[in-house]
Each structure stands twice: as C-alpha cells, then as structure tokens.
Design a protein around this ligand. Sequence first.
Ligand code: PBG
Length: 322
Amino acid sequence: MLRRPRRNRKSETVRNLIEETSLSLKDMIFPMFLVDGSNQKIEVASMPGIYRFSTDLMLREIETCMKLGIMAFDVFPAYPETLKDSIASESYNPETFYLKALREIKKNFPEICLMSDVAMDPYSSDGHDGLVKNGKILNDETLEILGRMSLAQADAGVDILGPSDMMDGRVGYIRGLLDENGYSETSIMSYTAKYASAFYGPFRDALDSAPKFGDKKTYQMNPANSKEALIEADLDMEEGADFLMVKPALAYLDIIKLLSENYPLPIAAYNVSGEYSMIKAAANRGWLDGDRAMFESLLSIKRSGAKVILTYFAKEFAMLSK
Ligand code: PBG
C-alpha cells in the first residue's frame, strides 16, 4: 500500500497539523431573550441553561460573556399578550422596553456588536411575522411596519439589523429607509433562506410567539427546496444585505454550502433553538456526550461554509475553551 491515510491521523500533533476547520469565538453571535421588569432571570423550560433576562440582569450577563470572549449578541424580546396587537405597534414605540434595553446595552458596552430582530411576531396578536387580513399574510403592508421598527432599532444604536420575517423586498426597503435617514452605517444580516421548520419550537416557547392560526409556510421556505435559496440570495445581494443567513443550520448544511460557494458575502448560519434543545435533552439523559456533540455540530456548520454562527451554545463553548 502506497497510500495509507491513517498516517495523517497517527498522533494528536499530526492531526492538528492537517486540521482544516477550527472554531473561534470571533465567529459566534450569542442570541439572548429579554423580558420587561427588573431582577428577572427565568429559565426557558425547553432550553435548559438559557434564560429570559430583564435589562438589568442582561447587562450583567453580557459583561460576564464579554469576559469569556463573546463580543456579539442578538437580543430577542418576549412581550406579554397585553402589549400585542394586530399591527405590532409596540415594536416602534420609542418607550418600549426592548428599544430602551438595546440603547442601554450599547451605551454600556459600545465595543460589542449588537444585533436586533426585525419581525412582527413578538408583538403580533396573530403570532405571525406579517400583517394578517382575512387569514392572509400581507407582504407590502408589512414592509411599512418593518421599516418603522428598523428605524427605531437603528436609532437605539444597534450594529446589525436582522430581518427574520421572509417578506419579499424587505431588505431593499429597509436599506433605502436607513440610508435616507442617516443610518448608512447600520448593517443588515438578512435571514435569506429561512425554512418553515419544526426546529423553532423552543424559541416560540421562549417568546410565547407561536402563530395563533395556521403555519408560516406562505412566507418561510419549503424544507424540500434548495433552488429557492438561490433566488432569495440573489435578491438579498441586489437589495444590499451585508450578510446572508441560512436557518436552521444542521438540517441545511447543503444550503450553507450552496450559498457560500455562490456568493461572496459572508454566510451566517443560525443554529436554532431546537438544535440546541435536542442535544441538551439527550445529554441530560446521559444518551450522548453533550460537549462533544456541541463541538461536532458547530464544527460541521463552519466546515459547510458558514463564517458566522448564531448559537445558544456560545457561552458554553466559551467556558469550555477557556
Ligand atoms: C421569527 C423568528 C423565529 C426565530 C427567530 N426569529 C421563529 C419563527 O420563525 O417562528 C427562531 C430562532 C430559533 O428557533 O432559535 N421572526
């Protein structure tokens, strides 16, 4: 035998020499959940180790994470039913706790990269990402609401807006408004290929944001398709997105690869709530080694072509790699 591939695996040092992919905290964004009030830290039942924080405790948590080397955060708000309505008007109320928290986070930690979520669902009494009329999700009418929300978040000082709703034309619409209003420095990470996935279940528990009727299949993509991802990526690229995101990550590694090979923009992958909870649940029962399963999943996401990974494992990864 002339070729013996095992020679390149014979010791840890040799294995390290030929290692192609490595994980870095520099690539990670830590998604966090915010609630109103003070002194609140409530664990999400379906996401062990992940909490909903009030602003005061979130500031402390961010500081802890920064000491561990995490520098990018994506904050999602959990709103009580009483503040929801059909037009998500709370989303652009300048006095709302989410916008106040974003402003405060950025004021306390100007050096971090702060990302926010642009979609109606946390504020919508219908639990949908778009405006609902007669059981239909309207597109262009939704854009106006997303536009107001985006300006309000940009004004609060966020570094990256994350339109997560899959309405057509939203990236161009938001980019235009931002530029007209003096926010040309505010970036857009578009949820480019966001699939109608079962893996968002625990996130909807965390935010109490499940749709009140129907599903999200008229706007989120069909898991059976990959060509549509190319159309979405073309549009986002033309419309001015700074990052293209694929979501979920693990069941969509082929889509991550497809976009990373066809687009020069940085590709982000969202390692979503269900992907986190599956590993946690199995590890808690002793069915698999949670730490190793975490490293392997994150590595596969990076290897498939993602530059940025949004992951609930960020803090744990940081603690284990200290
Ligand atoms: C909705 C939104 C969702 C997630 C982020 N933004 C869920 C949904 O589409 O219902 C999911 C994130 C996760 O599961 O971790 N705008």
